[in-house]
Design a protein. Structure first.
Ligand code: HEM
Length: 247
């Protein structure tokens, strides 16, 4: 009886560790490519002559996007399984770790939506246009708008990534407080503010706030500003956490 339950626990801990390990490997593949697109590729494309850029869009971008979107999917799947097994192992009880990881997961899932619903479909239009031009066809009038939508979603993911990683890495190593005694009211306030802030960021990414060329979306064009804003956002969430939830 004891041997059986010890074995079961051992297996669960082993699976939890393997999932965590796999999760971080595919997670860095995803976010590594996200940073490559934003900090390296976009800057290089802006300087390249159209025929060279179209050649790169034909040969380079589809390969990078394949790893990017499947790494994103694998990160989400391993992350959700990890959450399930950790719940089973009662990892999130008696502290505030559950709110911490749920915040990180919510941000990660918004980012996953941006990859599959906005970046990838719009990039497909951009790739088809570049290939058409290389084959001597007319330019697709939709391509510029599609490129803009993909850029805004991609920059928004960069903006969100630092805060997402703060909660991913902080759940077991920083945010968990054994003295956690935030009552239901405090928890509700925390979640209302979190959801409103994230909804506003996503609405801006999709151009619902001031259109695709409004001040909020213009800000996303400058990748250095996006890095600064990303760090600032993590400070905002850290303070929100400390002020509202830390006992
Ligand atoms: C797409 C949505 C994602 C979901 C649903 C998710 C879910 C999770 C869960 C449940 C944990 C375990 C937390 C704990 O108990 O400590 C975790 C940890 C972690 N995640 Fe994610 N995650 C996502 C995205 C990412 C991404 C993109 C990265 C980038 C590298 C990442 C990196 C990590 C790291 C480094 C840890 C901490 C491992 C540790 O402290 O041992 N996650 N994630």
């Amino acid at each position: 009886m004891y041997v059986a339950s010890a074995l079961e626990l051992f297996t669960k801990i082993g699976i939890s560790w393997l999932l965590r390990y796999a999760h971080v490997v595919v997670g860095i593949a995803w976010i590594g490519l996200l940073y490559y697109f934003n900090f390296v590729q976009a800057q290089a494309f802006a300087k390249m002559e159209a025929p060279h850029r179209n050649g790169a869009i034909d040969q380079l971008v589809p390969r990078a996007l394949w790893y990017f979107r499947w790494a994103a999917a694998a990160t989400a799947v391993t992350g959700i399984l990890l959450y399930g097994i950790n719940q089973n192992l009662k990892q999130y009880e008696g502290g505030n770790t559950n709110h911490s990881i749920l915040t990180g997961m919510l941000i990660g899932l918004i980012m996953l939506t941006n990859v599959w619903m906005f970046i990838w479909p719009n990039q497909r239009i951009v790739i088809a246009n570049a290939r058409g031009l290389l084959a001597g066809k007319e330019a697709d009038p939709e391509a510029a708008t599609a490129g803009r939508r993909a850029l805004l979603a991609s920059r928004t993911n960069t903006f969100l990534s630092i805060t997402m990683l703060m909660f991913m890495t902080g759940t077991q190593h920083f945010f968990g407080s054994p003295h956690f005694d935030a009552n239901g009211g405090k928890v509700a306030i925390y979640w209302i503010i979190t959801i409103v802030v994230l909804a506003a960021i996503e609405a801006n990414a999709l151009g619902y706030v001031q259109g695709l060329q409004g001040p909020g979306t213009k800000l996303l064009e400058n990748y250095k500003l996006v890095i600064e804003a990303a760090v600032a956002l993590s400070v905002v969430f850290y303070l929100l956490w400390e002020i509202i939830l830390r006992a």
